[in-house]
Write a protein that binds this ligand. Sequence first.
Ligand code: AMP
Length: 560
Amino acid sequence: MTNEMLTPLTFAEFAEFCSVIEKISSTLELAARIASFIKKIDSDADLYDSVMFLMGRVYPPWDEREVGVGVGLIYEALKLATGVDRRKIEDWIRETGDLGLAAERAVSGKKQLTLFEEELTLRKLREVFDEMSSLVGEGSQKKKIRMLADLYITASPLEARYLTRLILGEMRLGVGEGIIRDAIAKAWGIENEVVERAYMISNDFGKVAVVARNEGREGLLKMKVQLHIPVRMMLAQVADSISEAVEEMGKVAVEWKFDGSRVQVHYGNGKITIFSRRLENVTNALPEIVEEIKKGVSENVILDGEVIAVKDGKPMPFQHVLRRFRRKHEVGKMVEKIPLEVYFFDVLYWDGELIDRPLEERRKVLETVVKEGERLKIATQVVTSDVSEIERVYGDALEAGHEGVMMKNPFSPYVPGKRGKHWLKLKAVMETLDLVVVGGEWGEGKRSHWLSSFELACIDPETGKLLTVGKVATGFTEDDLQELTELFKPLIEYQEGKRVIFTPKYVFEVAYQEIQKSPKYESGFALRFPRYVRLRDDKDVDEADSIERVARLYESQRKG
Ligand code: AMP
């Protein structure tokens, strides 16, 4: 039976299901409800879309396509479809705190056009999104507004709520990756770890759900790392000391911890793709690196490394690298202004998957597949169990302007997405927090056209909910404020006086003097004297620090 012959899932059914689970806060129950919902879906396409849409995603993060509809276009489409203008909708957002609910209200007032309107299905939505994402250039905004307005015309109020939230990428269902993983596992009776691993190497829960349903546990286990599809990057835990690492591992492979930004390079079928740590495709922003890879790297490989910006032999602050990553136009100018180098430290694939091989073996492959060049380097590695030898490497790294060292277990596999004990990092700086920017305030006087203060939140990783912990207004240079204002303006969901609320998208690293208990913020904690360190443009919202980490730091300062 082909998918086309199966009953398509209507968006009304989907929205109805969302409205039911929106009221559930128990993660166990959420996973159970989602499991029974996805189990009943007929076609692969509907299963794929349901899983993605529940997470507020249209495409996997690494897919270059994006629907490209921001808040502004939503206002215009709603106006066209319902006649309700922006000001009214902003009033409703103030009341409800959510553009989805405001859209629902706008649509509930619209006149029913005909009784025989076409019903919205997930398949239809997917078609519209695909078309929107393919529109470029002049007139594309207008077309998108028209297409979105058509959807609002067909939509019921409840559908409008979830359509709006889906486009904004924020379903407000409390459904994070953990819950989707558990739901897939439960639906087809597979262990969580097996589902998790399949996800870490494909980064596509839609696909994982379809394989789980059609091929079961065996199918998931057979899923392999693939060229041009990013693997979740392996991460490091903090080491308290060098001797701790030596005790833990015996022999330690020590490398500099470069202060740049992570990249995963895929080279195969004549094509090079470079992914950032957030798994975004940043290939086009790095033309000089692409050229050197073509010259110095063997085909059919996936490499892991760090890109750093270097001027006069010294590393430039890490923000410069991110500025390069973000650059979409006139990339050539930036190539001269911010020269980059890449240091490779791992290889995940060479004519086949290598992630289960020990690091020492992967390292040998790395030295075979990469020929060093002007901008292309292999990170120097020293394997030793001598504490003073590691101290020397650590000192050299700091001297050279880098962050510290990475201490890796030479016998360990590459565990995608895992922050485990196989990699330990030792940095010289004090602990900072990586927090999601959820709101802000416009400045005063001369600075009134700049955002000058930002509201921050940590994350509850189970539910994906963001819990505020404070505001940061110091540590910014004027350049920072200008740049951040440009970056955040398109994310403004609504504004009241000077205060604005953003669609959560960016993470700030902040330093602080102390964490205090406080009823003022949703997390129950507040930061004393928070200071902006940098934009963690390489981190996704769901990688921000958790409420547990905030609580732990609070406890540890009490002990200390
Ligand atoms: P952190 O972001 O502080 O958790 O530190 C982990 C990051 O350090 C990785 O994601 C890399 O971007 C970066 N890094 C720098 N040098 C290395 C290295 N030699 N091995 C692994 N990661 C490194």
